[in-house]
Ligand binder design. Structure first.
Ligand code: UD1
Length: 419
């Protein structure tokens, strides 16, 4: 089984350009379905989740070609509106195709996105938003059959009780195909939602307000070919910064706006790192070990991102001092903790809380990625640990990181993939 082998304790040094954001490019690729023409998406990372999305687009009848970091999608002639179970299971975020297909074709048939590594991930908010716009949705034997009602889709107010990223995106896409004004109240404010809005605007859609909790969509406007540059991946940036924080050294991460990572950067500063920023870069200097910090509570943007929880925890577990983490977004997002314990971490879990008592330095061990960010956290831990760490189940990591080992090697880490 292929795995990463990491010799810990090598300080990181140098500069790295972060790849395009996974959580931005996936909804943008789905949004290409709304356009009866060609969309050119630059800074498109080479991730297994992106490949799975391109497979879905091709199955639906799109041309989808990659040339380096650019992907060209032509959705002029769609041939079907159903996505089979094996493709849906590949990637849970494929539920975003529901809104996209509904907007373009007025009908969609998807299998239910299955069980999840982060605990239950309901889609009730997605479905009620689409129903509000006039979709009729039947759930039968694990399948979701969705079509517009007899009167057709129509814009209206949608109130989200939780600022769900996916539900906000699904509502935005469906609203583009729903004539009239839709107001999405209480939507997510993540930077990736702003990026989706930029793409939709480039295609001629009348969408405003992303980045605030009220998004306005004037739907039913014909869309046209568009070109878009995907924002940098702030969670990948956070991963490299936490890796440097754990191992020591000095790195600069370019291609990502520091404003999108304020909550993470202030934690790293509090732990003893020095952080410098420019308009689209972040520099970090660390003389590990890190100190403990005040409670880290995950929250919707601009709060501390749940996607960075495991990664920061891994860095602090090998520091000195205690830090309390509280995971407020997902129920089961501490699966990396057992693996960190194999490396000597002292972490006590009680419900949503995890108390990390820094042990000064972790030690290398054979560990297993439990999910995407949990896997990245083990790499961060391995970079700072004494001795050799082997991280297996790389398929999780490949969902969201392009050539993680190569990028880290370029910064001086001793990491290689053993086939
Ligand atoms: C997205 C990101 C994921 C990130 C998460 C939180 C993508 C592809 N994925 O996931 O990486 O970890 O945001 O920032 O962009 N909820 C409901 N009902 C729903 C939908 C969500 O109760 O219909 C709840 C969830 O259980 C969770 C919370 O809302 O507690 C937030 O989830 P959500 O923002 O929807 O996460 P995702 O869009 O799945």
């Amino acid at each position: 089984m292929s795995h990463y082998e990491i010799q810990g304790g090598r300080p990181l040094c140098g500069s790295l350009a972060v790849h395009g954001a996974k959580n931005s490019v996936l909804p943008i690729l789905a949004a290409c379905l709304l356009v009866p023409g060609q969309c050119t998406i630059h800074n498109c990372p080479d991730l297994s989740d992106v490949s799975a999305t391109l497979d879905i687009l091709r199955l639906l009848g799109c041309r989808a070609d990659r040339e380096g970091d650019t992907v060209i999608v032509d959705a002029s002639a769609l041939i079907r509106w159903d996505i089979p179970e094996h493709l849906m299971r590949e990637m849970r975020s494929s539920v975003i195709f529901l809104g996209a297909l509904l907007a373009r074709l007025g009908t969609a048939e998807l299998s239910y996105p299955g069980g999840c590594e982060l605990g239950p991930r309901p889609i009730d908010l997605h479905l009620s938003a689409l129903r509000a716009l006039g979709a009729e949705i039947r759930e039968e034997q694990g399948a979701l059959c969705c079509c517009r009602c007899r009167e057709g889709l129509h814009g209206r107010e949608i109130c989200l009780s939780i600022p769900s990223v996916g539900a906000t995106e699904n509502a935005m896409l469906a609203a583009c195909g729903s004539p009239g004004l839709t107001t999405i109240v209480g939507g997510a404010r993540e930077p990736e939602i702003v990026d989706l809005q930029k793409f939709l605007q480039a295609a001629g859609a009348q969408v405003t307000g992303a980045g605030t909790s009220a998004i306005l969509v004037q739907g039913g406007v014909p869309l046209h070919s568009a070109e878009h540059w995907v924002m940098g991946d702030r969670i990948a940036a956070a991963t490299y910064l936490c890796g440097c924080a754990a191992a020591g050294g000095e790195i600069q991460v370019t291609g990502t706006a520091p404003d999108a990572l304020t909550a993470v950067l202030s934690c790293l500063e509090e732990a003893g790192c020095t952080v410098h920023t420019g308009p689209d870069w972040i520099g970090l200097t660390s003389r590990a070990p890190l100190g403990g910090i005040g409670p880290v509570r995950t929250a919707p943007y601009p709060g501390f991102p749940t996607d960075a929880q495991a990664i920061l925890m891994a860095a602090l577990a090998g520091g000195r001092g205690a830090t309390l983490f509280v995971e407020n977004i997902f129920d089961s997002r501490y699966r990396h903790v057992d693996e960190l314990r194999r490396m000597g971490a002292d972490i006590q879990i009680a419900g949503r809380a995890a108390m990390v008592s820094g042990v000064g330095r972790l030690h290398g061990a054979a560990v297993r990625s439990t999910d995407l960010r949990g896997g990245a956290a083990l790499v961060v831990a391995g970079l700072g640990a004494e001795g050799t760490t082997q991280v297996s189940e790389l398929r999780h990591i490949r969902r969201g990181y392009q050539a993680l080992d190569r990028e880290l090697r370029a910064l001086g880490a001793e990491i290689r993939e053993i086939p």
